[in-house]
Design a protein around this ligand. Structure first.
Ligand SMILES: *[C@@H]1O[C@H](CO)[C@@H](O)[C@H](O)[C@H]1NC(C)=O
Ligand SMILES: *[C@@H]1O[C@H](CO)[C@@H](O)[C@H](O)[C@H]1NC(C)=O
Ligand SMILES: *[C@@H]1O[C@H](CO)[C@@H](O)[C@H](O)[C@H]1NC(C)=O
Ligand SMILES: *[C@@H]1O[C@H](CO)[C@@H](O)[C@H](O)[C@H]1NC(C)=O
Length: 457
């Protein structure tokens, strides 16, 4: 199920009648490698993703799968959801140990369910990763089912996963590590083969599983208000008009519907729901064509195409356009229409960026140039207005009840004789954020997302 990377072909084969299933490098100039059979228990693969790094030798591939214990008792859960990872620089072990096998394979248990309750979804059916370019940050979405066929989506922070693989104890191994940690991506060193390297090979061979368990952000599955079962999921990163990145999930259901879902630190928001098909068969497949801006949705009988930026469905007012929270769309002031954000749209124009520490009070000044005009502040346009806290030469917006002076774009608007102008605008950015481009930021609990949609100029 995988693909080519730097001229090498990586593949993950699920276990089928009589075959164990494996993760392999099957073609290319690098050494051809495989997993040891004991590392994987009847794996059923759900997806794979490259974890980029600015340091090429630290590049990894993550594999997502479920393991099936065929001898589990009827009262036991036979499935375990897993993440496995390998380093692409891996060149195998030594003649006596892991000669044709990965020396960087490690795996972790993935939980999807509420906290430590028994209500767990252990069978990972599908996995999608959104990452920023060159950054080890982002989000993994997994589609899971339980023994009764109920399905949920869990979201995981890639940084959490990375951290677990780099710091966790290894299952069944309690001695301290000597020299470098086993399984980490290291440059091929001509003097390799020393005593410690061999010891590390032994550690990985017999203890590839980490002790830490990967848990979802928000410690529970996404709270999706639907009774349909989810049959397929794809995801997209969208750079909205306000220069923030948003995760949008498209979820196909057993009733032939498609839910378009915005996921942020505040939870999930259903942007829209489509019933596309004449026959209500389950959605079996979906694919995003980012270049053309289309989503393809297939059932057993039909295939349909949807625009990703389906902005005309949000009505004819700015308010409706913005309340849709669809990050693909923006309000075009001159045409008075909700439109897709044009390619090449320059998001880095007006607002001045202000870094705010989370515990400091901030005041935003707006110079008063005409005493005949009325001044007010708006956040995320046409949704909320805020009065001047005090005025004189400046209409000042400051901390007050109901004034969420956190992240977002704040604009000072002057109105005179029914004529409106924007005097000044600020974009408040939480200091110490890592996010914007990283997306992981959208998962930080302390960060409030701005509304997705702002004015287009
Ligand atoms: C599978 O389940 C059986 C029954 O509980 C157990 O004895 C066995 O150790 C399990 N196998 C693995 C590889 O966990
Ligand atoms: C290669 O190994 C030698 C000897 O163990 C060590 O001094 C050197 O730092 C290593 N080089 C790299 C790039 O890891
Ligand atoms: C966007 O606008 C800013 C400010 O006017 C300008 O400095 C920048 O070069 C523009 N970027 C692009 C890609 O046009
Ligand atoms: C804000 O928080 C930082 C770190 O938590 C602390 O050092 C600083 O004293 C706080 N400032 C105020 C004004 O409370």
């Amino acid at each position: 199920v995988f693909g080519l990377l730097d001229g090498s072909l990586y593949s993950a084969m699920s276990s089928v009648a009589g075959h164990a299933g494996s993760i392999r490098r099957t073609f290319g100039s690098q050494k051809l490698l495989k997993t040891e059979n004991v590392w994987l228990l009847n794996p059923q693969f759900a997806g794979a993703a490259i974890m980029p790094s600015t340091l090429k030798y630290k590049e990894e591939i993550y594999f997502f799968f479920s393991e099936l214990n065929k001898t589990a008792r009827v009262d036991e859960e036979p499935y375990r959801a897993r993440i496995g990872r390998i380093c692409t620089v891996d060149e195998g072990g030594i003649k006596a140990l892991l000669a044709d096998s990965w020396t960087t394979f490690m795996k972790a248990r993935v939980m999807c369910g509420a906290g430590n309750t028994q209500q767990q979804y252990n069978n990972m059916k599908q996995a999608v990763v959104l990452t920023a370019q060159d950054k080890r940050a982002g989000v993994l979405y997994g589609l899971f089912s339980n023994a009764w066929g109920r399905t949920v989506i869990c979201a995981y922070s890639i940084e959490d996963i990375d951290q677990a693989f780099s710091t966790s104890k290894l299952k069944g191994y309690s001695s301290p590590f000597i020299g470098s940690r086993p399984g980490m991506c290291v440059r091929k060193n001509s003097t390799a083969g020393g005593h410690n390297d061999i010891k590390n090979l032994g550690v990985i061979r017999y203890h590839p599983e980490i002790e830490d368990v990967i848990r979802p952000v928000g410690v529970a599955p996404l709270d999706l208000p639907t009774d349909d079962q989810i049959t397929h999921a794809v995801a997209d990163i969208v750079l909205a008009v306000n220069d923030e990145h948003y995760s949008v999930l498209y979820l196909g259901t057993d009733q032939g519907k498609v839910l378009k879902v915005l996921h942020s630190s505040e939870g999930v928001f259903i942007i829209s729901q489509y019933s596309l098909f004449h026959n209500e068969g389950p959605v079996l497949n979906m694919a995003i064509d980012s270049q053309k801006g289309h989503l393809y949705v297939g059932t057993a009988m039909e295939v349909q195409r949807l625009p990703l930026a389906d902005c005309s469905r949000y009505g004819d007012t700015c308010r409706e356009c913005i309340l849709s929270r669809d990050p693909y769309c923006g309000w075009d002031r001159s045409r008075r229409k909700c439109i897709p954000i044009p390619p090449g749209y320059n998001r880095s124009t007006s607002p001045r960026e202000v870094l705010v520490q989370s515990n400091t009070s901030i005041f935003l000044p707006c110079p008063v140039r005409s005493f005949h005009a009325t001044y007010r502040w708006v956040k995320d346009n046409c949704v909320k207005n805020y009065p001047c806290l005090f005025s004189g030469d400046f209409c000042v917006l400051g901390p007050a009840i109901d004034t969420p002076l956190k992240e977002g774009v704040f604009r000072c608007i002057a109105t005179e004789d029914g004529f409106k102008v924007e005097v000044i605008s600020f974009r408040l950015v939480n200091d110490g954020r890592l996010l914007a481009a990283s997306l992981a930021s959208t998962l930080g609990p302390s960060i409030l997302l701005a509304m997705a949609t702002l004015w287009l100029h």
